[in-house]
Design a protein around this ligand. Sequence first.
Ligand SMILES: Cc1ncc(COP(=O)(O)O)c(C=O)c1O
Length: 310
Amino acid sequence: MDLSDRPRAHLGVWPTPLQDVDGLWMKREDLSGFGFGGNKVRKLEFLLGAAVARGQRRVVTFGALQSNHVRATAAACARLGLHLDAIAVQAVPRTDADYTGSGNAFLTELFGATRHVVADDDAAGALALELMAEHGDDLAVILPGGSDRIGVLGHVDTALELYSQLEFDPHEIVVAASTCGTMAGLVIGLAAAEVDTVVRGVCVYHSLEQTEAQLRDLLAQASDELGVPVPDDDRWVLDDSQLGDGYGIPSPAGLAEIHRLATTRGIALDPVYTAKAYAALPGDPELRRRTVFLHTGGGPSLFAYRSALG
Ligand SMILES: Cc1ncc(COP(=O)(O)O)c(C=O)c1O
């Protein structure tokens, strides 16, 4: 599958490393090399590449107050000379200064975005409509998490890159699943490479049913975009075992993994996404050896969760 004719803004440093971490293969998308890294950089290369090709000069996007996606979009817009309106939704029941003002919230403003804090999705939608009416075709709308038929292409690229780095076909790739663009791209890319590897999406945002509906929709849209068949259902599995008390609320198992990996390997997981996905990895060493963990980043939100980690 060739993505080279797609408009692409060059932001990250590729390939990201594939490392052996205690007998587990870890693909380090946290080290994607731009704007504090993470899985949003590849999506933004395609999303903002398309916006620049359309001649757009303004962007609006959405996310929680500690959204990694919004922070990475702010950095990318700064690099590309685009103005970002970042709509920050109070999706997590936290009003303390660590959550509202540090980590990604702080970085989004540092990168020069105009940040609008709103109470809920309805208010976010209303504000986006106002901006669309005001700026018309000059405004690129980037959906939450950068997950649409174009954003998914970023992680088709991850799958193809990973496949070129591996010397064996893994049993599973484990990844946090929120808006599902990352997972959908991996599934499509691995199907295109004809690798019999299952992608395990660990739900961290919505229920299993809602996550599945979102994933199916993205698989259909991105397959259509690429002109390939929709991958078979046996290429992916969703796992809601780590959702705990819900989005943005750390789980005891995840916090334990953050401490363990930080103190034994110097690797930072984040409490919202990667720690929960990491906690879903198989314990059996044989199975672990045949598993790839996609480290999708999220480190900046650690500052917003320092009281849970102290
Ligand atoms: C650190 C991190 N990991 C994983 C994800 C999940 O990616 P996706 O929204 O594509 O499912 C996100 C997205 O918000 C994220 O910020």
